[in-house]
Design a protein around this ligand. Sequence first.
Ligand SMILES: [Zn+2]
Length: 414
Amino acid sequence: MKYRLRSFPFWLVMLLGVSTRMSAEESAPMEQTWEVTFVASKDSSPKVIAGRILIEAQDGGILFEDRVGVIWNITPDQQISRTSGEGTYALLPADELAASLKNELGESTEIVRSEHYIIATAGNRSHAEWCVELFEELMTTFLAYWESSELSLELPESPLLVVIHRDRATFAEAARIEAGPEFAQANGYYSMKTNRVVLFDPTGNRKPSTNRRSPVRSRSDIQRFMAANPHVIATTIHEATHQLAYNSGMHTRYADNPLWLTEGMALYFEVPDKRVRTGWGKIGGVNRPRLDRFRKSLSGTQTFGRPIAKGTGENSLLPSLRDARLTSLVADDTRFSDPQAREVAYAEAWALTHFLLANHRHQYIRYIAKCSEGAHLRWKSREERLQDFKEVFNVTPDEMEVDLLRYVAKLGRR
Ligand SMILES: [Zn+2]
């Protein structure tokens, strides 16, 4: 089967470290195990990994998933040897995954486990325990929320892995190396390459002598901290939602998952809820920072990234809709990688998701199911993206804008 490939989005190239020249031509048998010896760069020593081939390119390059779930892009000139192994592919058993994570991150790392998660933390154990409780709650709620005959989501086969760095500085350094300088500024991220959520402990250093803040240790300390820092809850849920969506059958790693869909969903889920002990528990609340940003983008000098006449406020928006461009959000992901346009793109993704789930839930689920069928490294064209949207929602994104703006005008004011 031949695929027409377009360049990988910038952010994906960073996370995957993948070659934009790779051209996938043939699907390899998924469950056959292999042992591959390769050199990641000229100066590094050979590395041996066991796993399965996800995609084999015509030139011999492979997209390879190892037994801890990391996906490697190995070009033909990096490969030294490849031998077929015995048995079918499986991730390592949970105990071995935990041991492998500890081995990779160092002896000072503590492992906190629950039924579906393994957290390796260099921060306070109580913070990791708060995280794991939150993640378990998210998993249960997430799967129940999407229950539908048209979308079959499942519990992940293996525990999901989460890494928590000791503090912001150590996180920033690790993020810079793994994902690029842009991620060093983030409060956390989900890595498509390693399939892990990466966070840092914001509640205080474990070693008081190296940090002026008094260390936070007890459960009630953590809860007090989170109540005062809802953005930490939002980030934690946001990244865990991404990970869950990629591990429950909703999205496929390295397939074409429109960013308005994946980000919109994480933003939809991330809204904190003060009334719940962990600080989160309600899905679909109004994401106030995103709503405010969305409204600001409308009442300022532009709508959907396009200039509108000065002096047109929210009430006079409807007549100016011919300028609107929801199409740009749906058709490609470029605005998400543009620092100038990113914030508004996120706000629009949240607003569109909220609107669709309130008014067109059934079609939205069909759209998710359609996107979940995407193959590895098969990137859709703008036209295909728009065609998918129209096929499911029966209107073009631009035709949907009037209703979206009417909906958003009433949001949070009821
Ligand atoms: Zn995100």
